[in-house]
Write a protein that binds this ligand. Structure first.
Ligand SMILES: [Fe+2]
Ligand SMILES: [Fe+2]
Length: 179
């Protein structure tokens, strides 16, 4: 499964979105190193991903605490599960060396986990943070609107057709309401 950060994964909190992009880049660098048979690069990349992920989780959990996120325990448990998996692989590397099968297994579990976690649990956190007004939701378009044309301004200035509001019939021919 290819690993690529896309705009639909944006939480709308710059700090978290930048960290996610960094994480996706690192994990895909690991995947590429494996694909290119550069196992010599793997150990360093793995160490880097490990450290970066720990920092990212701490940042995300700080946002959750600060903004009273109700699902913090479950979300933190998912982070801990990720760390535990990583630690297990690093121990295997330490005891058995950086073997191709172990590396492929680590990369594929990282890719699956990251894709799934960012899309679901982090996405839910993003929606919560938006609901407490922390940030602009990604779907709000803040680009300036195009300048209005003369026709559209004229249409706006034109009186709207007479429409009766329920219970206030129009007086025929006068354009005025009867009440
Ligand atoms: Fe998370
Ligand atoms: Fe995250």
């Amino acid at each position: 499964m290819p690993l690529r950060w896309t705009a639909d994964l944006a939480l709308g909190v710059n700090e978290l979105d930048q960290q996610h992009q960094g994480l996706f880049l690192m994990v895909s660098a690991l995947d590429e190193a494996i694909g290119a048979g550069r196992l010599d690069r793997v150990a360093d990349t793995v160490r880097f991903v490990d450290r970066y992920a720990a920092e990212h989780f701490a940042t995300e959990e700080r946002y959750m605490r600060l903004h009273g996120y109700p699902a913090l325990p479950e979300h933190r448990a998912a982070h801990l599960a990720f760390k535990a998996r990583f630690l297990r692989h690093r121990r295997w590397f330490a005891s058995q060396g950086v073997r191709p099968l172990l590396v492929v297994d680590l990369a594929s579990s990282l890719i699956t986990w990251l894709n799934d976690h960012v899309r679901t649990m982090d996405g839910e956190l993003g929606r919560y943070l938006a609901s407490v007004g922390l940030h602009r939701p990604a779907w709000v378009d803040l680009r300036p609107s195009p300048p209005a044309s003369r026709d559209s301004l004229a249409a706006r200035a034109r009186p709207r057709p007479e429409t009766a509001v329920e219970g206030t019939p129009l007086v025929p021919g006068s354009g005025k309401r009867s009440v």
